[in-house]
Design a protein around this ligand. Structure first.
Ligand SMILES: [Zn+2]
Length: 551
């Protein structure tokens, strides 16, 4: 029997809403974990409406098995059933949407008569109607649909395409609510959920030692003690980092959320969840030494902490020290051009002679990018070029056509064997190149490391455009994703970016163009050096809408 008092409680508190109206599937019991209520209460429309909470954004950096996906769904249903909010829910891939809806959401609806009763006419995998509001599921493999929402729930953001994810907040332009919840297990430092958490108030679960009273945040290195052999210990227990007295999961339950950056609690709440908060120490320890699982997986999935194996990152400082040669201009060679398109047009020109690849031009154009490209194509005799096919596919295709396939249009693809593959549409006179993204970036970085790709400086002065190029290259991070399959651990290389990286893609395209060679195999001088530098400076003074900035 649901009394008025319970009904009121359910309106005020999303967790009470869940416990009152929702039956979890597979006989999963509603478990009261001490650290959960505050998370359930973040971006709670009831508190925001009555002004007791002003924070509309929350980020959770989490371990697996933390019950947060359930929390996200319950909060979503609370917003819809009690406040008529429309919710957009993002997941990395289509299959993730299908899995979540079939394995979690549909069973919740089926088992919960109250929610079932609110289910409207629209009941599809990607869209549900509850009462008068809608829930839209969006896969981040494509740009989010133009739907209007009051709240966005971004699940597993580290595996979602960052460009599509970045446009999710636009779905809330027409809403006064604008509530955001991000949650994910982390991957690498400074990327995805870790980058968002770093901008939040950074709540950590502080626990108090029952022996000496020290308040502490649980840390794998300092709060666990083992007796016996490494792979077959006699004992594993949690201990106080100071007095080494035993602490239990029950002691941890008495902890509290403490903000590391209290000034931000009204703007962006961030919570970190580690399995140490609720997992048996012996079992968790065995996971940490399991020969079938990596340290990386343990940190990311068990402790909710970003982790990078092997440091293969090439950063800005490294490039300034190692990819700049004084007075090393090639007097002649073959010219190749690479073009990346997004909101801006990024163009890189390289000059190739033997093993040496000198970058002679790298610019990101805010406006008139296509005109600049046209000007460059008319001015120089290129041996070849590659241009990003999207988003302006027609423009790119026309450029390929007009140059009789000298400039090829490019797409990234993971399912090709070689580094890249060229096909020609004889009818349209368009050449198309498919590039295996991760392996191609590995190849590019290898060439940079070996010193084969460089910029020439004049009397030690590094051109500004080269600094921008190095910033973009330095924003790339190599990551190795690990998936456990029945046949063993599968490794997948991914290059992620922590800031703008357009010029790095343009450089990669130019490099791929040089591998392919192209039909005009003549040596030329790069005529852009002295003369056009002066011209460019004049142009800048006139302010012809040409700008380069480091963002
Ligand atoms: Zn102690």
């Amino acid at each position: 029997m649901i009394t008025q008092q319970l009904k009121d409680q359910a309106t005020r508190d999303p967790m009470a809403f869940g416990m009152t109206y929702i039956t979890l599937p597979n006989n999963i019991k509603w478990e009261y974990r001490q650290w959960l209520p505050e998370i359930y209460n973040s971006i709670n429309p009831y508190n925001i409406q009555n002004g007791t909470d002003r924070c509309r954004k929350a980020t959770i950096i989490k371990s697996t098995q933390s019950g947060l996906t359930t929390a996200g769904l319950v909060k979503t249903l609370h917003m819809m059933a009690e406040f008529d909010l429309n919710v957009a829910y993002s997941l990395p891939r289509d299959q993730d949407v299908i899995d979540l809806v079939r394995a979690k959401l549909n069973p919740i609806v089926r088992n919960s008569p109250y929610i079932q009763g609110l289910l409207g006419n629209v009941d599809a995998v990607k869209m549900k109607q509850i009462g008068s509001s809608f829930l839209y599921f969006m896969s981040m493999t494509t740009e989010p649909r133009m739907l209007s929402a009051d709240a966005i729930m971004n699940d597993e953001i580290d595996l979602s395409d960052p460009n599509n994810l970045a446009t999710m907040p636009n779905r809330m332009d027409d809403s006064d609510w604008k509530l955001t919840l991000n949650y994910s297990t982390p991957t690498i430092k400074g990327y995805g959920v870790d980058a968002l958490y770093a901008k939040s108030c950074q709540y950590e679960w502080m626990v108090k030692c029952p022996h000496c009273g020290l308040q502490q945040v649980l840390d794998w290195g300092r709060n666990i003690e083992i007796k016996g052999m490494k792979l077959n210990p006699d004992e594993a227990r949690y201990v106080c980092r100071k007095c080494r007295g035993t602490m239990t999961v029950e002691d941890f339950a008495k902890g509290e959320w403490v903000a590391q950056v209290p000034d931000l609690v009204n703007f962006h709440k961030g919570y970190h969840i580690s399995q140490m908060m609720f997992y048996d120490p012996f079992d968790l320890y065995l996971h940490s030494v399991d020969p079938n699982s990596s340290v990386q997986e343990f940190y990311r999935k068990r402790l909710g902490v970003p982790y990078s194996s092997g440091n293969t990152d090439i950063n800005y400082d490294w490039l300034m020290d190692n990819a700049v040669y004084d007075d090393a201009e090639l007097d002649e060679g073959r010219l190749y051009i690479g073009v990346d398109q997004a909101n801006t047009i990024s163009i890189v020109i390289i000059m190739v002679k033997g093993d040496s690849i000198e970058v002679v031009f790298a610019e990101e154009f805010e406006n008139d990018g296509w005109l600049e490209l046209d000007r460059l194509l008319n001015k120089h005799r290129f041996s070849g070029g590659v241009i990003d096919a999207d988003p302006n596919r027609n423009t790119a295709t026309n450029i390929s056509k007009n140059t009789d396939g000298l400039i090829k249009i490019a797409d990234y693809h993971t399912r090709i064997k070689a580094l890249y593959k060229v096909t020609r549409d004889e009818e349209k006179k368009v050449e198309h190149v498919t590039i295996r993204r991760s392996q191609a970036f590995d190849n590019l970085m290898e060439k940079i490391k070996e010193g084969n790709i460089y910029v020439s400086s004049e009397e030690g002065r590094v051109p500004d455009w080269a600094r921008l190029l190095f910033t973009h290259i330095g924003n790339l991070r190599r990551d190795v994703e690990e998936n456990n399959t029945a046949l063993g651990t599968e490794q997948k290389i991914t290059w992620r970016h922590v800031g703008p990286d357009h010029l790095a893609h343009a450089l990669l395209y130019a490099l791929i163009a040089s591998f392919e060679g192209g039909k005009n195999q003549f040596h030329v001088r790069y005529s852009g050096r002295k003369d056009s530098d002066k011209k460019d400076k004049k142009k800048l003074k006139k302010g012809k809408g040409r700008s380069v900035r480091i963002r």
